[in-house]
Design a protein around this ligand. Structure first.
Ligand SMILES: Nc1ncnc2c1ncn2[C@@H]1O[C@H](COP(=O)(O)OP(=O)(O)O)[C@@H](O)[C@H]1O
Ligand SMILES: [Mg+2]
Length: 411
């Protein structure tokens, strides 16, 4: 390129931003049953009755936050038509807030004037709650408090306090409806019976999306994001099929479409199946690279040990076969190997990450139950993800063909 001028390359995208996380669609598709249930749980509010507390749960990317915003917007619009209803909504995300105390502080500050904020330390918990009741009573009427990603909070105090504030006499003017949203499916069971009965008055579960539903989500977004004819016919069905196969996560499916669009934009006139395949590989690769980078050193050494066995064709391997190799690597870097039990925990985590696959064998009376492990990802990819660990612990002969250090590359 001789001149560095900038030309617009918007022949494929009409509005690329519509594929990003921040974009909120006007309408939700493919969630009819869940929306109906959720709608019914919110119905008392428009009747002027005491709001129910609602608990929403499902894995990430299944539309919990989107459905909440969508229905609460509608509810606010419709409530505005009635003179005898005053409805307010406060939504906060609990990611990054790890105690009820911090959540209460955040709620107080959301309700208060910017000039009148309280700090995250320095008040007894009871004082912060008392500030909260004061603020809520000032708002008055029906107040819906949404605690999104509520599973990040380590204690349940606020989930108990908010639903009971009125019956405990702390609130006079405000009727509170609490909506708790969790991405963690086991969270509900971890709640005490007392908290569960107040928070989970109404429950709505959001299952993963199937391919059909994902197609609807993606087609809706295609219309806003892409020009007519920018996508080859099979692109949406393919992204939807992969999305359903992976986790039924709409965010992941939208990310795949976005990545495919970005790849196509470089040199093609249309987004095709090949772009989707390539995008999928790239995203999977990024995910594995990031996942491995986030592992502890011992988890990486265990993965390295298994990788070297894989390169020798010695997989699937039992953990007792992986162990000597792992111990050898530990010795190289002068660290003590973890116990066999901890090692098996790490193998289970690696399987969760999707970098190895583990299958259970059952040899009945004689051999008992055990697991066999092998790499689930491309050997070359895992070796590159482990590059730093390999540099540290030394290059095992078996992986030499897959490993090129910077020094060897330039030699
Ligand atoms: N039914 C749907 N229709 C349109 N877009 C959706 C739908 N469900 C999810 N999305 C989009 O997918 C992404 C993830 O949804 P989100 O509501 O944040 O999931 P969750 O809160 O369950 O993790 C968001 O960008 C959202 O706009
Ligand atoms: Mg969410």
């Amino acid at each position: 390129m001789s001149s560095f001028s900038f030309d617009r390359d918007n022949s494929l995208y009409k509005n690329r931003d519509a594929l990003l996380e921040e974009y909120t669609p006007n309408n939700l598709v493919g969630r009819d049953d869940e929306l109906e249930e959720y709608h019914a749980a919110l119905q008392p509010i428009i009747n002027g009755e005491a709001p129910s507390n609602i608990f929403l749960y499902g894995k990430s990317g299944v539309g919990k936050t989107a459905a909440t915003r969508f229905l609460l917007n509608r509810l606010q619009e419709d409530a505005a038509k009635y003179d005898d209803i005053s409805l307010s909504v406060i939504e906060i995300n609990c990611d990054g807030l790890n105690s009820s105390y911090q959540v209460a502080v955040r709620l107080v500050n959301t309700l208060r004037d910017p000039a009148d904020q309280i700090s995250n330390t320095g008040y007894p918990q009871a004082q912060v709650y008392s500030f909260l009741w004061d603020e809520l009573d000032k708002v008055g009427g029906t107040v819906i408090v949404v605690l999104d990603e509520v599973d990040h909070i380590n204690d349940n105090s606020i989930l108990y306090q908010i639903p009971r504030a009125r019956s405990n006499g702390y609130l006079e003017h405000a009727k509170i409806g609490l909506i708790g949203i969790s991405n963690d499916l086991s969270y509900r069971d971890s709640l005490s019976a007392k908290v569960r009965s107040s928070l989970c008055e109404k429950e709505v579960s959001f299952p993963p999306y199937d391919a059909n539903e994902l197609q609807k989500v993606l087609s809706q977004r295609e219309e806003v994001a892409f020009h007519d004819g920018a996508l080859a016919e099979d692109v949406i069905p393919l992204c939807a099929a992969y999305g359903a196969q992976d986790a039924g996560d709409a965010r992941q499916a939208l990310d795949l479409l976005l990545e495919a669009g970005d790849l196509a934009r470089k040199d093609a006139e249309q987004v095709t199946d090949e772009h989707v395949q390539e995008a999928r590989q790239k995203l999977e690769r990024d995910r594995i690279m990031e996942g491995v980078a986030d592992l502890t050193q011992h988890a990486r050494l265990i993965l390295y040990a298994l990788t070297s066995l894989e390169a020798e064709g010695a997989t699937p391997a039992r953990s007792r076969d992986i162990r000597p190799r792992y111990e050898q690597l530990c010795k190289h870097i002068g660290t003590e190997a973890l116990t066999s039990r901890r090692m098996r925990d790490h193998l289970a985590d690696l399987a969760m990450l999707g970098v190895i696959s583990s299958t259970e064998k059952n040899e009945g009376m004689s051999g008992g139950k055990y697991r066999k492990h092998s790499l689930k990802q491309d050997l070359q990819l895992v070796v590159s993800a482990l590059e730093e660990t390999i540099e540290l612990a030394g290059v095992h002969d078996s992986i030499r063909p897959y490993y090129q250090s910077d020094a060897e590359e330039s030699a």
